[in-house]
Design a protein around this ligand. Structure first.
Ligand code: HEC
Ligand code: HEC
Length: 262
């Protein structure tokens, strides 16, 4: 009997402790849940107006617009599919390869769009609307429930980037790392492997032709550095975080504008 009483008093003590530690936790979480559901509901509405056309009702990329074809100057035809968001494999993250993007990455994609593909920029959308859309697109994949996003990579541009010496080093690294096998030896997207590449969805993907201008992530030195460090998951474009040190990645950044000269 004493044992039982002790057990109960322990239980009440614990309950009391919980009450002091999290005084309104029960009430708050219900409020939180209602708030979250309202956010998802409004995100869904905005998504249906602005994104469904391409990304589809279920986020699988099968919207009414479908695959878009665009001829490049060199005559090759690019096929661009709106992203299937149900796999939650993202290209333009600031987080390491294999990770989910962080919230800012998604907001940036929504705001900037993706140059050279048909993903439009949505700079005009108010902040709450993009926040709601961001949370809504997370409901398309279970990865968002199971994984936490990783810490973003920081790009601290050294002063010597774009110096003649650094450009020259970048040229050698481009050769040594065999970037040309995909991107072509002069960066025209016509390397020996360029016709065999497939993305994670099994569709053909062409390596970037540097002569075509804008980079999808944006062409600032920091953006290019982040691309070399994080890789473009799902495309075959690898991350060089482990195979090149930070200095060498910045030399490649110096060389990139040279490849873009037509
Ligand atoms: C006109 C078609 C179109 C519309 C409208 C559109 N997208 Fe896209 N979206 C695309 C295409 C095409 C891609 C693939 C771009 C690429 O990687 O080349 C893409 C890619 C993405 C990606 C993946 C980026 C990454 O890092 O891999 C996200 C996220 C995304 N879109 C979200 C949205 C949201 C949210 C909206 C609505 C606010 C939207 N899109 C509206 C066509 C569209
Ligand atoms: C296995 C093939 C492959 C290799 C090796 C490769 N890439 Fe890529 N790279 C790609 C593909 C495919 C894309 C296009 C992705 C897309 O359009 O979304 C790409 C895109 C890029 C982009 C454009 C990013 C943007 O924002 O649009 C740059 C810059 C780039 N690669 C540089 C390099 C450099 C430098 C190396 C060597 C250190 C390299 N790549 C190695 C396949 C490769």
């Amino acid at each position: 009997m004493r044992m039982l009483k002790n057990k109960y008093s322990d239980f009440f003590l614990l309950l009391l402790l919980c009450f002091f530690l999290f005084p309104t936790s029960g009430v708050l979480s219900q409020d939180d849940e209602a708030e979250y559901e309202a956010l998802i509901e409004s995100g869904k509405k905005y998504y249906q107006v602005k994104c469904l056309l391409c990304h589809g009702e279920k986020g699988d990329g099968n919207g009414p617009v479908g695959i878009i074809r665009r001829a490049e100057k060199n005559g090759r035809v690019l096929e661009i599919a709106p992203r299937d968001l149900t796999m939650a494999v993202f290209r333009f993250r600031t987080t390491p390869t294999g990770c989910l993007p962080d919230d800012k990455d998604i907001l940036d994609i929504i705001s900037n769009g993706v140059p050279r593909s048909f993903m439009p920029s949505h700079k005009e959308i108010p902040q709450e609307e993009s926040e709601a859309i961001k949370e809504y697109i997370k409901t398309f994949s279970f990865r968002w429930e199971e994984e936490d996003p990783c810490d973003p990579i920081v790009a601290n541009k050294p002063e010597w980037v774009n110096s003649a010496r650094s450009i020259d080093k970048g040229r050698k690294i481009y050769k040594k790392m065999k970037c040309g096998e995909c991107h072509g030896y002069t960066g025209k997207g016509d390397g020996p492997k360029s016709n065999e590449l497939k993305d994670d969805w099994g569709k053909q993907i062409l390596p970037f032709n540097f002569a075509t201008g804008d980079l999808k992530r944006g062409s600032s030195a920091e953006n290019v550095y982040i691309t070399f460090t994080t890789g473009l998951d799902g495309t075959g474009m690898p991350s060089y975080e482990d195979s090149l040190n930070e200095e060498d990645r910045w030399h490649l950044v110096s060389y990139t504008p040279k490849l873009m000269e037509k």
